[in-house]
Structures are given as C-alpha cells and as structure tokens.
Design a protein around this ligand. Structure first.
Ligand code: PLP
Length: 395
C-alpha cells in the first residue's frame, strides 16, 4: 500500500489532450482585468466588449462582418438560415465531424446529406459533391476538421455550378489558411465556436458568424435577438443566441496571442511527425498551400487501441475524434441520405487517435510524448501515405 502511494507520487502527472484551465491561468491577470471592466460597466449583454470583439475577430480573419452568438452550433444554424436555407432544404456535409454540424442543420428543419471525406485531408471530398446534389439542395457545409482546411477552391467551383451557398464550419480552424487567406472568408458565411478547448476558447459557450455580406450579417444580428428589427419589434422569428460581454472580453485577451499559440501547436506537431516517421503510425498529411491550425493532432494506426494503451502507460492521455461517425450514431442511424456511400469515413474512424498537441504542453511533456511515440513497435506499413493506405483499403 505504502509502496503504491510512493509509486503514484513519483509518477509524472498525466498529459491531457486539452487543458483549458492552464490556458486561462496563462492570461489570469489580463482576464481578471477584463472581467472587472465588464462587471463595473453595468452592461452585460451586447455592449462594448461584444462590439469590439466582433471588429477584432473580423479584422483578424480579413472579413467585413462578425456577429457574436451563444455557441458554434447556433452560429452554424443562424448562418444557414440567414443565407436562405429553409425547412426541408437539403444541406450537403460530412459525417466525419462533431455532431454539432448536423444538429445545427436539423435545428432549422433542413435535411443533412452526407458525402465522404478525402483520405489525405479528412475533409469533404469535392469530387463526390455532384452525385450528392439534388433539386432540393440549397447549401454545402464543409468542415475544416482538426484545423485542416478543406479544398475550398474545388468546393466553391461545384457550388457555383449548382448555384448553392457555402457555409464553412470553422469551429476547429481558428487561424487556418489556404494560400495565406484565413478560412472563414471563402464561403458566403462561416461559423466559429469558442468552446473552451478550441484554439481560441472562452470560459463558457460562445460562437460567431463571419461574412462579407452586409445583408447576411444584418440577418444574423436580427436572428440572434428574437428577430428584432428594433427593440421589442420582431420582423422575423428569431431566437436568443447572444454572445455575452464577459466571454467577449475574455476572448479579446486571448485573441492577441492566437497566432503565436497556433505556431507553438505547429512546432509540436512537426516534432511528432519526426518522432513517428519510423513507426507504423501515419501522421496527418502536410497539404501544400494550406496552414493547419493544429487544433487536434490526429494520427492513423492499424493498431489504434493498443497504441492508445501504450501511450497511456506513459501517462499520455489520448482521445477519439470521433468514436463513431454521425451516420452510425443512434440518433442518426438509417435516416440520413448518403450514409450508405461513406467508405473512407467508415474505414478511417477506427484508426484515428488524437494525441495531445496544444500550446500549454511543457517542453518536458513534449519530449516525453516524442520518446513514447518513437518507442511504439508497430511495423511500418508499405506506405506511410494516408491516401494510399485508405485507397488500398488496408484494414
Ligand atoms: C466541427 C464542429 N462544428 C461545430 C461545433 C459546435 O460548437 P459549439 O460546441 O460551440 O456549439 C463544434 C464544437 O465542438 C465542432 O467541433
């Protein structure tokens, strides 16, 4: 017993996949100052802080407008509604995403339709869009999953051909870029989440819609507050989905450091890639012309569960993003169009494992993870390219 306790005390503390508390303590003083400013202001809803954050976030992205809302899920639902998606319309998206993407589509009464992902990016495969589009399709929602930008050029080309709106799900991609341009500025609108573990995280729920179209921005502004045209007069049926002053003030503190923190994530990811190079584990693809936000570092292993165990033995926590694609989850199974043609999604999800890769990791923790990655004995597959692995269907 005494020995057990001694061993536990000598074990280094577990390394977490995300550490929002450490993130808050990094900016503790500045956050307290910001919170105090809000408390003293007496204005807690839609005041100066929200207005300032909206300007700063739009400027950071290179977009004209930002409208703060209560969550990323609401941001997506309100953006879709604002660009003219109605109940009964079809919205093409992916099953390999957070359930929120699909929940937002269904929240406005629209119908999700799934297309498969490209094995290298793990994002929407644009070559499959044509087959998924019907006369009921109104919009496409690509997800920049894990922080990897989707192939927006090809997606926008298909959308133009079919006269469809594109609303980007940027919940995992704060600061990600394609050819130097931030994601969130490619579609007619984009949805961001500031859930505490995101690259830019609040200390509660928060989200934003970003766009370059003044009419869409005005529509979201109205929808987030009961559809008001002016106070107490609703033009359309809206909801209550406001970003609050406290969250906006805290986001403003953290936004100042976002680029540096994203770069730290990418530096850690580069070390993991190197450590994994001679193992059987496949790192995320490095796709030319794109800058990954590295929200999550997600590897592929044919022995995924054993690999997770192996890491845990050294105190390295891992996670599954996601344990099950949406079309297989009980709430959605057998009822979403396109669910029967997702071979890449179905093959990949069983192999994917998220390894801690955030900017609160210490140098010692990164070293510890790299050492453990290098030591994994899984044999090298015939190719380390995720695309070849998947196309050849090794399982
Ligand atoms: C891809 C994706 N879309 C949407 C959301 C929804 O964001 P929120 O949790 O802020 O509602 C999330 C958050 O987990 C996400 O990862």
């Amino acid at each position: 017993m005494a020995n057990d306790i001694g061993r536990q005390l000598s074990q280094p503390s577990p390394i977490l996949v995300a550490d929002p508390a450490a993130d808050v303590y990094r900016y503790h003083e500045d956050i307290l100052t910001a919170v105090d400013r809000v408390l003293r202001s007496g204005r807690y809803i839609l005041g100066k802080e929200v207005e300032a954050f909206e300007c700063e976030w739009a400027r950071y992205l290179g977009a004209r407008y930002c409208v703060g809302v209560a969550s990323g899920t609401d941001a997506l639902a309100l953006a879709l509604k604002a660009v003219g998606v109605h109940a009964g319309d079809e919205v093409v998206t992916v099953s390999h995403t957070a359930v929120a993407t699909v929940a937002a589509i269904e929240a406005i009464g629209a119908r999700p339709v799934f297309v498969d992902i490209a094995p290298s990016s793990r994002c929407m495969d644009p070559s499959l869009l044509d087959a998924a589009i019907s006369s009921c399709t109104r919009a496409i929602v690509p997800v920049h999953v894990y922080g990897q930008p989707a192939d927006m050029e090809s997606i926008l080309a298909v959308a133009r051909q079919h006269d469809l709106q594109v609303v980007e799900d940027c919940a995992q991609a704060h600061g990600a870029e394609i050819a130097g341009r931030k994601v969130g500025t490619f579609g007619i609108a984009a949805a961001f989440s500031f859930y505490p573990t995101k690259n830019l995280g609040a200390v509660g729920d928060a989200g934003a819609v970003v766009c370059n179209d003044g009419v869409v921005a005005a529509q979201v502004r109205s929808l987030r507050q009961y559809g008001w045209r002016e106070r107490y007069v609703s033009d359309v049926v809206g909801t209550n989905s406001r970003l609050d002053e406290l969250q906006a003030a805290i986001l403003r503190v953290k936004l100042k450091d976002l680029d540096r923190r994203n770069q730290m994530r990418r530096t850690i990811a580069a070390r993991y890639r190197k450590a994994l190079a001679s193992t059987g584990v496949v790192s995320p693809s490095d796709i030319p012309g794109t800058t990954h936000a590295m929200h999550l570092f997600v590897v592929e292993s044919l022995a995924r569960d054993g690999f997770a165990e192996f890491l845990l033995e050294a105190g390295v926590t891992t996670a599954l993003h996601y344990p099950m694609p949406i079309h297989l989850q009980p709430a959605y199974v057998n009822r979403i169009t396109g669910a029967d043609r997702l071979p890449v999604t179905e093959r990949l999800y069983k192999r994917l494992l998220t390894i801690p890769c955030h900017s609160d990791l210490t140098a010692e923790q990164v070293e510890r993870i790299c050492g453990r990655l290098r030591a994994w004995p899984e044999p090298l597959p015939s190719s380390k390219q995720p695309s070849r692995l998947s196309v050849q269907g090794i399982s």
